[in-house]
Structure formats: structure tokens, C-alpha cells
Design a protein around this ligand. Sequence first.
Ligand code: SAH
Length: 243
Amino acid sequence: MKITVLTLFKEQFDSFLNTSIIKRIIEKGLVEVKVVDIRDYSLDVHRHVDDTPYGGGAGMLMKVDVLDRAIKDNRSPNSYVLLTSPKAKPFIQEDAYRLSKMDDIVIICGHYEGVDARIDKYIDENISIGDYVLTGGELAAMVVMDSLMRLIDDGINADSLKEESYTNGLLEYPQYTRPYEYDGQEVPFVLTNGNHEEIRKYNLKMSLRDTYLYRKDLLDKKELNDEEKELLKEIINELKQEN
Ligand code: SAH
């Protein structure tokens, strides 16, 4: 896969691309990342990339001609072009899976007051990382890149992806590591007894419990099987007794 980022602030990507799992994925050759300075596509002597909005209003807008040149010079016929923007449905894990299957992605980072609306003609999709406004699209681009790069085949251990949050419509169950007892808190005994079926059932129950507590909206969307329905009933009863 190839990912090309168009930005005014290339340096923001340095540590992201040179750290931990993302660095390893690039070193393995699974993803080729190119970070391009949008300013290189400004034609005026002062290298302007933005201008005041027609009709007035605060701030500066990034110019569509500069961006169009940057896109044209860095895309291939089969590139999928994303514009970071708060004007979209929030990005979710399903989107990360969908984008991880693509061969060639271009991500444009807006800045200042945003981007001339005529950019729409040159992009395939707006990508928002949540219902809030950032100063620029760089962090959003890194969030999108991070979430999709780890899903690429051989990117990380496939077993880690199987049970994690959002993969099956639930949040992941709580996990523990040594020491067995810390500050009066013990690891649930069932996780230490080596009975795989009991552990599976316990983890499923805890996964349902956390989803019920923190993201009930996900449970409303998911079709539960009989075992899950039964476990959820138990959870709701237990929570009632706790209160
Ligand atoms: N005036 C715009 C916000 C501009 S913020 C508005 O009110 O809609 C400047 C840039 O930051 C945007 O062009 C976009 O690239 C990026 N950005 C801001 N919030 C974002 C979000 N939630 N998700 C993705 N990108 C975002």
C-alpha cells in the first residue's frame, strides 16, 4: 500500500512515522509513506497557500488551485483521495478496515479556517475523526493512518485483531498481567485456572458488561446470539444487585 500525505507541516509526521509499530510496518515494506509539502505547489514568489474568504468572515482558507496541483502531481489513476475535515460522519473501525484494503491513498491536511469548498471536485471522501474542531488535519491524518496501517496483513499479530474492541461490535474484555495481587486487588480466579471454555465464557461476559456500561449504543446495534442474551441478562441482574 502507498499513502501520500499532503500537508503544510511535514515535521509533525517525523516521530509518528519513526516510532514503534508504525515504524516497523514501514520497515517491513508493507506500507510506503510519502509526506509532501503543499507549499511546493504555490506559484507566487511568497509561496502563499491561503487567502481571505469571499463574502468576509474570520481566518484564511487554503487555496484550491494550490491543492489541485499538489493532488494531481502526487496521485495515480487509482488513488483514493481523502480530505481531513470536521464535516463528515465520525471515522470508525469499519472505515479503518475498508481503507486498509486499498492500494493507494492520498490524505490532504487542511489548516487555518479550512479549505476552499471547490476542493470537493478533486477528492473522493471527507474524513472526520470526531465531532470537534482541530487546528489542522495532521493529527486526523495520523489517526486514520495509524488505525488502518495496523490492520494491513502482517502489520501486527493477527490474533491481536480478532478480539479487540469494535471488531465484533463489542468492547474488549478487561485484561490483567502479573502481579496476581496488587494493592488489595486480585486477578479474577477463573483466568488462572486454565479451563479454556470457562475463560472464553467469562471474557465474553465481561466484554458484554463493559459494552453495556460504556457503550450501550453498540449493544442496540448488535444482534446477540442466545448465549450472549443469557449472559447479558445475568449482567443486568448482577448490576442491579450491586446498586
Ligand atoms: N472552519 C472549519 C474548521 C477548520 S479546522 C469548520 O468550522 O468546519 C482546520 C482544518 O483542520 C480542517 O480543514 C481539517 O483539515 C482539520 N480538522 C479540524 N477538525 C477535524 C476533525 N474533527 N477531523 C478531521 N480533520 C479536522
